[in-house]
Design a protein. Structure first.
Length: 471
């Protein structure tokens, strides 16, 4: 009880006590570090807690398994780096306390999703995450912010309705909605109803995972400040949707039952379309954040495709890309924020030659771009390699062709940006003066991209433990 109480209270305390001074920031870093260690302690000691009964055989409670801790560690680390970056991005502005309150509220919701014992608890925190991130989307309080915020809520509540329908179908058919590893669900009731329930929940969570045609909210949310964009695209909202699909697929239904569903064929087509369409649209955007937004839509499709392969290698690739893409994309958004901070524009055609003024930042951009394409020896290659192996393992050469085509398109829209900035004529006469913490955040993430690419074995070893739970 004490471990979970501490885990959820630490972000609350951080939000309440936040002040813009170095001593207070140290306290928040320590609080985030303590949250990380509490999560690990709960995992090592196999801690779980049930607070009260919701319905028969369904309790409002939490547990920590390999899947939850894998993402919790990643999220605590990336959240800490985002906090470091946000301090410099916003500067010393007292009004930013509002940002940090919802920044930590979103962290609480994310932890609730990761450690949920069943679908009811996960759904509760999933909706709390919507409410916690909405104030971040409209943070600038401009007309475009409110328009984007309304669209975000409409899409989110549409997804929530579909999820709720799926949960109700399961409950009516007497299905146990608690999460179990090695789930081998017996055919309870009609297989068609279970198939329908899976379809409803996949599409419901797929709204926030930006599955075509439910992707429209994500580019619009780019009106938010860069730290918010980084959280939405790399850590919080979209990734919690993908995590929820993993839970539903492998810990509620089980891969053997899902293989019998006709709906998986239809959603796989949508995911393949998402991979290609996201990349194609990204090429045509001159706005850097918009290009990164459509890139996220495409890359999320990679993760979902790995899940739908329903194979050990496919799921391994999905898990690895969940984290690897998070590190890559949060770094690219941080770099975009730095560029905007110094140049005052996100327009890509204005970045030509800027690398002469900011060589270290654009070298980090180039490394991140190479990893996003999936070129060795970066972490993006590792996860995409396993996705390709997974596709070949189930005899889906067409999936490999889609992944290769998407990689070519990714190279087309992302690599020219750092290359033209670094190697073309410099047209920027203004002085560039970056703050150390701006650089430090990007250096850390770029280093992680390289290290996780060159030495992925410990990382892969833990992922193998998760895969072994469900196959």
């Amino acid at each position: 009880m004490a471990i979970f109480a501490g885990l959820f209270l630490l972000p609350v305390i951080s939000a309440v006590v936040y002040r813009d001074d170095d001593s207070n920031n140290l306290i928040i870093y320590l609080a985030l570090l303590a949250g990380l260690f509490l999560s690990l302690a709960a995992y090592v000691n196999n801690v779980s807690i049930d607070l009260f009964d919701v319905i028969d055989n369904v309790k409002f409670g939490f547990f920590v398994d390999s899947l939850g801790i894998f993402f919790a560690v990643t999220i605590f680390i990336l959240w800490s780096i985002t906090f470091m970056y946000s301090r410099e991005y916003f500067g010393k502005d007292n009004d930013n306390k509002r940002f940090y309150i919802f920044f930590f509220v979103s962290l609480i919701s994310t932890m609730g999703i990761l450690f949920s014992r069943n679908l009811i608890v996960l759904y509760t925190f999933y909706e709390a995450l919507t409410l916690g991130t909405y104030p971040l989307v409209i943070y600038l309080q401009k007309e475009k912010s409110y328009t984007s915020g309304r669209k975000y809520l409409i899409y989110s509540f549409l997804g929530a309705s579909l999820i709720l329908i799926g949960i109700l179908i399961l409950l009516v058919n007497g299905v146990d909605i608690n999460f179990y590893p090695e789930r081998l669900m017996e055919n309870i009731g009609s297989i068609k109803m279970l198939d329908l329930a899976y379809l409803m929940m996949f599409l419901g969570f797929g709204v926030k995972a930006a599955v075509v045609p439910f992707h429209g909210w994500l580019p619009k949310a780019m009106v938010a400040p860069t730290p918010v964009s980084a959280l939405l695209h790399a850590v919080a909202v979209v990734k919690m949707a993908v995590f929820s699909i993993m839970r539903v697929t492998f810990f509620v239904f089980g891969f053997e039952l899902v293989r019998k569903f006709h709906s998986t064929t239809y959603v796989t087509y949508l995911v393949l379309l998402t991979i290609l369409l996201g990349s194609l649209i990204a090429i045509h955007h001159n706005h850097l954040k918009m290009r990164l937004a459509y890139s996220t839509i495409s890359q999320l499709g990679y993760i979902l495709l790995g899940i739908l392969m329903l194979s050990p290698d496919g799921f391994k690739g999905s898990l690895l890309h969940f984290v690897n893409h998070g590190v890559i994309k949060i770094n690219l958004f941080f770099i975009a924020g730095i560029i905007h901070h110094e140049v005052g524009s996100y327009q890509i055609d204005k970045l030509k030659g800027l690398g002469k003024k900011m060589p270290d930042i654009f070298i980090c951009f180039l490394i991140s771009a190479i990893s996003l394409v999936g070129i060795p020896p970066t972490n993006g290659f590792v996860s995409k390699w396993f996705l390709g192996i997974g596709a070949l393992g189930i005899g889906k050469v067409s999936y490999v062709l889609v992944l290769l085509l998407s990689a070519f398109l990714t190279a087309s829209y992302i690599l020219p940006i750092p290359i033209t900035a670094l190697f073309f004529e410099n047209k920027h006469e203004e002085e560039i003066s970056l703050k150390g913490r701006f650089r430090f955040s990007v250096y850390i993430l770029t280093g992680a991209i390289i290290v996780l690419g060159i030495y992925p074995n410990p990382f892969i070893g833990f992922v193998d433990k998760i895969v072994a739970l469900v196959f």
